[in-house]
Design a binder for this molecule. Structure first.
Ligand code: SF4
Length: 321
């Protein structure tokens, strides 16, 4: 990993009390995001990746550990300071249908964060800023007074992006931003995000359940299983030489777009997905891992071991051995 660290998570954990116990959604996560990079956080539904994204923005309070954003420990500042710092960290949600208020005009939706953070007192300047954002994301200015239901899914996601960018953030968490869209529209939104990153010098944390979606936009990829990070590294290495058996499985299960090349026998993981209320002893993946041995059932793997520059893995028997 190279570059200046913008955000650092140290031993971050989040537990949720439920009626019959405690769900450990994120467990002991260490992570760094560098200025200007796209780090993708990937794993199956329920692995804790969206919770981790919200913890990094302090939209959720961690049970343990801390987040340091641009040198500031977010757990040690006042609510007022946290509100100020939030302006520099924004989130784009998965579902553009439910994340936009259906009763608000599009111009007002984009202007909302600017009003909350009191960035413009002058209405003309505010309007000009909103129109500039609409240009930037490809929404016609003439649609300023339209309502969300008058737009397609892709256009609504563009509106969500304009709203997130309105306050000039440094870090944007993109939480499954294209999962609800058609494949052809997905590419347009990913290209827009990439272009905006180049123009504005943004840093992205891109949360996705799908390794194929993040392939062409990621500088680094971080793989999570059951609340823990199991592998992190440069994107090209993760795709070419994964080290963790779970990453290998995720890559093998990406559907092949060409029907001629499609494998009939796509791999299936054996066994049930373990419960985050009672994670397995030893390695959390051992109940499903084809490489598991006795030690995996008893001892958790060592903390992330760097096996190539910037490429780290937590496994007793990584695939390179
Ligand atoms: Fe599989 Fe063992 Fe590695 Fe866990 S530690 S992923 S069970 S080989």
């Amino acid at each position: 990993m190279s570059g200046e660290v913008l955000l650092r998570a140290e031993r971050l954990s989040k537990e949720f009390p439920v009626s019959d116990g405690i769900v450990s959604a994120v467990s002991d996560v260490n992570l760094e995001i560098c200025r200007g990079e796209t780090l993708s956080l990937v794993g199956e539904s329920g692995c804790g990746k969206s919770t981790l994204g919200k913890l990094l923005l302090h939209l959720l309070t961690p049970t343990a550990g801390r987040v340091i954003f641009d040198g500031t420990d977010l757990s040690s500042i006042s609510p007022k300071q946290l509100r100020e710092i939030r302006q520099r960290m924004q989130i784009i949600y998965q579902d553009p249908f439910s994340s936009l208020d259906p009763r608000m005009k599009v111009g007002d939706i984009i202007a909302e964060p600017l009003k909350i953070h009191k960035i413009y007192s002058d209405k003309t300047q505010l309007r000009r800023r909103v129109e500039e954002l609409m240009d930037r994301v490809g929404i016609r200015r003439a649609y300023y007074s339209r309502y969300p239901h008058q737009f397609s899914g892709g256009q609504r996601q563009r509106i969500g992006i304009a709203r997130a960018l309105s306050v000039n953030p440094q870090l944007v968490v993109c939480d499954e931003p294209v999962s609800a869209l058609d494949v052809s529209i997905q590419a347009q939104i990913l290209n827009l995000l990439k272009d905006l990153q180049g123009e504005l010098g943004l840093t992205y944390l891109f949360v996705s359940h799908d390794l194929s979606v993040v392939r062409y936009i990621s500088d680094r990829v971080c793989v999570m299983f059951l609340g823990r990070i199991c592998e992190i590294g440069p994107a090209d290495r993760i795709y070419a030489e994964p080290l963790h058996p779970y990453t290998r499985f995720l890559l093998d299960s990406v559907p092949e777009p060409d029907p001629e090349q499609r494998k009939e026998d796509r791999p299936l993981l054996e066994g049930e997905m373990p419960s985050p209320m009672a994670p397995p002893k030893g390695c959390r993946f051992h109940t499903r891992c084809p490489r598991a041995q006795q030690v995996c059932m008893q001892d958790p793997p060592p903390d992330m071991v760097e096996m190539a520059p910037g490429h780290c893995c937590a496994c007793h028997f990584p695939l390179s051995e």
